[in-house]
Design a protein around this ligand. Structure first.
Ligand SMILES: Cc1cc2nc3c(=O)[nH]c(=O)nc-3n(C[C@H](O)[C@H](O)[C@H](O)COP(=O)(O)OP(=O)(O)OC[C@H]3O[C@@H](n4cnc5c(N)ncnc54)[C@H](O)[C@@H]3O)c2cc1C
Length: 356
């Protein structure tokens, strides 16, 4: 028998942030991951404090931003791989009205640190920008593939990783003790992303409306190569263009609530290619396409905590479209809830689903 403080199921950004919190507090744990379907690996990894469609601040932007940048910088040292790159982001304007909206927004207290009020009229080679650009401050990107892959290697090295599917039918909770195969733990934390819908302990439907509690939202990205583009900033228009280095760019994403598979589709490819052609004037070649499921919730807030008074079985989910930015500070809230009995704010507490 192996005795640990925690079992963690899932090693996307929720599981990774929580394991980091455990290590920080010298708690022992075993993490399981079946190495498939992680939304984290597919994510653009953009850290951005502003909703660039409406020019409004992202929920808890300031708090999440400082915590996450520090988190990825420290983790980079630990796993010996640079994960976070500070990269400027330019919002491409489609009209004079958008320029005006930007200037009004940049004057607001909650956005003044994030939106540069100047309209940038510089010519960016091969990018159509007749109405110019607005610069977003405090942005960057995380190498999410390296994050997931290197973190698993790290956990393997410290003997805290099981590279296989967690089988819920083998889980038993007795006398304040969690047991699973040959492991005994005090707590289990489910960080399963959109796959949580297969977890028998997770409620599937709202009581009143029968609507699903967790709503997977499929997103697809293209990886393109363009020799001439030579961008070293991120561009946001109808899609994101994110430089990956060596003439490669991530271009996306799509949003689809109907298709819950992680198969890439020709429709998404067509949509993204056509949108990209509206923005850039040089040639490009699609070299890859990826798809993932964002674990979204109806009120766009995460699910943290346990469904009953016992803190043995806990959920960390509902990270939606912004998990890369939000997860590190949410992991702290969850850890303090389990270990120090601090309350989880109602708006992110999983128990709010009982009112739905
Ligand atoms: C196309 C796209 C672009 C995105 N871009 C951004 C972005 O730029 N910035 C941002 O902040 N967010 C972005 N997101 C959102 C972000 O990816 C998610 O919020 C976040 O990754 C969710 O993390 P998670 O750990 O909850 O889930 P996941 O990353 O999906 O991880 C869950 C893990 O649990 C494992 N698992 C599940 N069940 C089991 C089991 N029974 N046994 C073992 N393992 C199991 C899965 O294999 C998976 O590895 C994007 C998402 C998509 C799809």
């Amino acid at each position: 028998m192996k005795k640990v403080d925690y079992i963690v199921v899932g090693l996307g950004i929720a599981g990774i942030s929580f394991c980091e919190e455990l290590e920080h507090h010298q708690k022992s744990f075993v993490a399981f991951d079946s190495s498939k379907d992680a939304s984290t690996k597919v994510a653009a990894g953009v850290i951005n404090p502003v909703v660039l469609k409406r020019f409004t601040p992202v929920w808890n932007a300031k708090k999440h931003l400082s915590s996450s940048i520090l988190f990825y910088q420290q983790l980079s040292k630990k796993i010996n791989h640079k994960l976070f790159k500070e990269t400027s982001m330019f919002r491409l304007f489609k009209s004079v009205a958008e320029q005006n909206n930007w200037m009004v927004a940049s004057d607001k207290k909650e956005l003044e640190n994030f939106l540069d009020p100047k309209i940038i009229n510089q010519n960016i080679p091969h990018v159509k920008g007749p109405f110019g650009f607005g610069k977003v401050n405090s942005t960057g990107s995380v190498d999410t593939v390296a994050l997931v892959e290197n973190y698993k290697i790290y956990l393997e090295r410290i003997n805290s990783f099981q590279n296989n599917e967690f089988d819920h039918s083998l889980l038993a909770i007795q006398n304040q003790q969690i047991s699973y195969n040959h492991i005994i733990a005090k707590h289990i934390v489910f960080c399963e992303g959109a796959t949580v819908v297969k977890n028998p302990y997770f409620p599937k439907k709202e009581k009143r409306s029968e609507a699903p509690i967790l709503i997977p939202n499929k997103g697809e990205y293209l990886i393109v190569k363009s020799i001439d583009l030579k961008l070293d900033i991120m561009i946001k228009s109808s899609l994101f263009i994110i430089p990956l280095g060596n003439d490669y760019y991530k271009v996306g994403a799509t949003y689809d609530r109907d298709d819950v598979s992680v198969q890439v589709t020709p429709q998404a490819r067509e949509e993204l290619v056509s949108k990209l052609k509206e923005i850039i004037t040089c040639d490009f070649e699609v070299v890859d396409q990826v798809a993932g499921l964002r674990p979204t919730t109806r009120d766009r807030r995460p699910f943290l905590g346990s469904l009953n008074e016992s803190k043995q079985m806990v959920f960390f989910n509902g990270l939606g479209t912004r998990g890369i930015t939000a997860a590190p500070s949410l992991a702290k809230i969850l850890f303090n809830y389990i270990e120090n009995n601090t309350e989880i704010p109602t708006e992110i507490n999983i128990r709010r689903i009982y009112k739905w």
